[in-house]
Design a protein around this ligand. Structure first.
Ligand code: ADP
Length: 503
């Protein structure tokens, strides 16, 4: 390995709420970081959009800032990697670069009817067998169909080959290379619902089901590849883009989860857990998604994915809607001010329940309230809900395969893991050690590390996992009897929520 202190890797992390450019040393140390909030627009109930030009201009500005920092400190940038919010859909004109519509964000529900129709037509099984996904507006395919059918003239232009579709990675690559490269990586492709993840190619039958012309699709590459070089005028020089990966996949890599059974979970607004399941594709029995963890040197690694829709968002709700907190970190001291939640359970199903329930019409509930219940019990129950929801998810993962032993460790990251109470309760409920990495920016670091592979700073994945350092470790501290009693209470609370439909 040729390590030089003056060499660095630049990660673009284009997320839903903000865009960041981060310069990493080869050891994962952050040398420079720039961030800008990105606005979300809600033109109608259930619609969520972003401005493509804002995504591009913010990315450009942030990269210029970080590159400037690098130059001032005599640091050479060896390559650029891109990681991104997944599924968010853009279509633009190949000649002018003009988007034909705003970016439709993954959270957008406008295509619920399209998805319900496909379910009624009996396509769910075929789609799951090919993509590992469950039919849902979340994924890109129905969003593309919507744009083709609702924006005047777009379908004809798409069929003529004049338009390009891409998720955010692909859009940024196209922009940075000034339209020379129209490509995506396999993890982003896997979330479109048009990509066959067993055969590893765009799927004709899926394109027919969604009525989408193949002419708009990008090329699909490994996560580590010579994606292209940036136009010199943009960043002051030409840099090579050596890696791309969807955000959760990049975090799996940043957390060094390279052996089957290893799991990472990111606790931000929501929670996403990915487990490495090795090179064999298998459909979930427990309503988890099968996805591509990564593909490097043409070697595939699949992952099981489970998502909890509401994690940190419930803490925000305590702060903003109930006024119980001044800020999110205060929840830790308040939770610890009482010995337990006094049998209060909070099922934070604000937008339905995710894996393993998939009940979009479920709604939240606070249960077990008695005359002695107070605000601290509710705060504590909110944080404990993360432990219970994670337990449900991990139990579902455990039930999947007889031949894949889950690791006794959960590697976590995301804003909520700054809360030691949450981490300890997670360890207690999962009966597993919970580890927090020194490099908290797992997502950005993951794609930076992949870029390091492409430009020769790393030789193999093990170089990345060897660099992974644990900053904090939480070990389970409660008895199996207590764990059972607590989780039985949660089960009752969830069962009541599942019985009640949204009003
Ligand atoms: P995202 O990437 O989804 O925007 P972050 O990883 O930045 O999310 O985490 C922010 C979320 O974590 C917010 O919902 C916030 O309420 C929650 N959060 C941040 N710090 C804490 C804390 N110390 N305790 C509990 N929740 C926290």
């Amino acid at each position: 390995m040729s390590l030089s202190h003056s060499e660095a890797l630049l990660a673009i992390d284009q997320g839903t709420t903000s865009t960041r450019a981060i310069l990493f040393s080869v050891n994962g140390e952050i040398l420079s970081i720039r961030q800008k909030e990105l606005a979300l627009h809600y033109p109608h109930k259930g619609w969520v959009e972003q401005h493509p030009e804002a995504i591009w201009q913010d990315t450009l500005l942030l990269c210029q800032g970080v590159i400037n920092d690098a130059q001032q400190n005599d640091i050479r940038i060896a390559g650029i990697g891109i990681t991104n919010q997944r599924e968010t859909t853009l279509i633009w004109d190949r000649r002018t670069g003009e988007p034909v519509y705003n970016a439709i964000v993954w959270q957008d529900r406008r295509t619920t009817d399209i998805c319900n129709r496909l379910k009624d037509l009996g396509y769910e099984k075929t789609i799951t067998e090919k993509t590992g996904l469950l039919i849902d507006p979340y994924f890109s395919a129905s969003k593309i169909s919507w744009i083709l059918d609702h924006i005047a003239g777009v379908r004809a232009r798409a069929e003529k080959g004049d338009l390009a579709f891409g998720t955010v990675d692909s859009f940024l690559l196209w922009k940075l290379t000034e339209g020379r490269v129209h490509a995506t990586d396999i993890t982003n492709a896997a979330r479109t619902m048009l990509y066959n993840i067993t055969e590893q190619k765009w799927d004709k039958a899926l394109l027919e089901i969604f009525d989408i012309p193949a002419a708009i699709l990008p090329d699909v590459k490994d996560n580590v590849a010579a994606f292209g070089t940036t136009k010199p005028e943009f960043l002051g020089a030409s840099y090579s883009i050596g890696a791309m990966a969807g955000d959760q996949h990049a975090a799996l890599i940043g957390q060094g989860c390279f052996t089957p059974g290893m799991i990472k979970a990111t606790y931000g607004t929501g929670c996403f857990a990915l487990m490495n399941v090795g090179e064999k594709f298998r459909i979930s029995k427990n309503k988890l998604l099968t996805t591509i963890g990564y593909r490097i040197d043409n070697k595939i690694c699949y992952a099981l994915e489970g998502s909890i829709f509401t994690a940190g968002a419930a803490v925000q709700w305590l702060r903003d809607n109930l006024g119980l907190l001044v800020d999110a970190p205060q929840s830790e001291a308040i939770a610890l001010s009482v010995p337990d939640s006094n049998e209060v359970y909070f099922v934070p199903a604000f937008t339905g329940l995710g894996a393993p329930y998939w009940k979009p019409d479920a709604r939240g509930a606070i249960m077990g309230i008695s005359r002695e219940s107070n605000a601290a019990h509710i705060v504590r129950a909110t944080l404990e809900a993360q432990g219970y929801q994670s337990r449900d998810l991990i139990e579902a993962m455990e039930g999947e395969y007889s031949d894949t032993q889950l690791a006794g460790i959960l590697r976590v990251d995301g804003g909520m893991t700054g809360n030691a109470f949450v981490c300890q309760f997670l360890a207690d409920m999962l009966d597993r050690t919970v580890e927090i990495p020194e490099v908290m920016e797992s997502t950005a670091w993951g794609v930076a590390a992949l870029t390091g592979l492409q430009c020769g700073l790393f030789n193999e994945l093990n170089d990345i996992s060897r660099n992974w350092v644990c900053a904090r470790r939480f070990k389970p501290q409660i008895s199996e009897t207590d764990r059972r009693a607590l989780s039985d209470g949660w089960r009752n609370a969830v069962n009541s929520v599942l019985k009640n439909k949204a009003i």
